[in-house]
Design a protein around this ligand. Sequence first.
Ligand code: FES
Length: 569
Amino acid sequence: MTEPQRGLRRGLTQYGDPEFALFLRRSFIRSMGFSEAVLERPIVGIVTSPSELNTCHRTMGELVEAVRRGALAAGALPLAFPTISLGEPYLFPTSLFLRNLMAIDVEEMIRAQPLDAVVLVGGCDKTVPAQLMGAASAEVPAVVLVVGPMLTGRYRGERLSACTDCRRFWARYRAGELDAEEIRTIEGRLAVTAGTCGVMGTASTMACLAEAMGLALPGSAAVPAVHADRLRIAEATGALAAALPGSGRTIRAIVTEKNLENAMRVLLALSGSTNAVIHLAAIAGRLGLPFSLRRLDALSEETPVLVDLKPTGRGYMEDFHAAGGMPALLRELAPLLHLDAPTIDGRTLGAVLAEPAREPVDREIIRPLSDPIAPRGGLVALFGTLAPEGAVLKRAAASPELFEHEGRAVVFESLEDLARRIDDPELDVAPSDVLVLKNAGPASPARMPEAGYLPIPKKLARAGVKDMVRISDARMSGTAFGTVILHVAPDAASGGPLALARTGDRIRLSVRERRLDLLVEAEELARRREAWRPPPPPERGWARLWHEEILQAPQGCDFRVLRANGREA
Ligand code: FES
């Protein structure tokens, strides 16, 4: 059997003459001024995602330099290259629409170039999932390095950070409690350093889950973007990457069902972002591993919430880091984890956690298993006549008095309809009603934006209403809160029962029974279905590909064609 080729000999361009292809490749790379000895080294690709339209990634340049330092000193040849970058607030119609595009970019560029291992440098919400999905499919050893979270700002003595506080202050502005000048001042205090959102939003959740799955260095997820430790971690990640060529430590080899279940436990203990459910499902799909909402729900019943961070709690990511970060949380959760799960540095998770903690844990932020914040996990899955394939509720961010609720539906047909009518003083809506948004799911032209956090109608907000049951096939920002039922599947645009809901219908939510039901007679629903028509397909381009390939939320909104070939769960 021939040895697999390494370094510049790997994946030679096909001219029918491999020696010529290598000669040509070497002659071009010598223009970079590398010595011949360095060109013999294994190559560590640094997958970067810098962009001036991704402000969370502002520190990427110095991070890449630190990775390069570590890899070079450890005997590899580090070569950085960019992929597309997804800056959450800058993308239309939504960043999820482009996650799979970035995943394809990552996968194909890793596969096409002569890389023996890669460091995935990402951070903002969709970038880490896209990199994990792409690298999982490319099957080259890979280690994750996140840019890290931002630090908090101050407003009148209060700490604040993107983006839970963005929503909190905006809700107060809508309710007339803040004036235009105050909200403009606050706008300038929410994101005061480089880095990802400073709460347990999607970016921080995915950073923690990457570490929980064993794909990032221990203790790396929560270190702030501007902390010197972030650069030290980058250097150590580069050094680790230099040891990966030939190790066989691909994402497929590392992430087993056990790692995935550990990640689900951590998601629940963090009260992490609902978006992570979609991303974990997509990663599992790439690896041919089973992922089910019912399993997540079962784990939720026996996994307590241990971390007290916004949006559901009080602290910020900088507090989580200071409290001990992921190693401290994982040690607390250890009795519930698969400690024999492998990690990227070759040890099991149990061996990693057996290292003594360097500092005492701040129990205000990371609670012991014996004294949790909540005895059960932050997320629940719901099923019923309105969501036959499931929906997700962030229980930890919801109002317990709405957990068992039956109300009249007030239905918005689309995002445009929502924007047009939600603040109409004539809107017929009461606090006990259930707000329903249709056609914001993966198969809709809206492409599943983070619009599930429907605003409380202005007239109710001004009357002091803080929460209502809200249902949609959309997603919600990991930084948002409320009794918000998301990811209803199948979505309305693919003909799920949500498409048939009308204003005036009764809807029943029971968190206890895990039910979400549309209380309408079957004959009436059949009549409505006769009249239902799907939205027309886009004519061309990425939107057309998306339309043809997109899977529903329980399958991670990945493309059918990108899931593990022949290894479907
Ligand atoms: Fe980039 Fe929140 S906008 S992580």
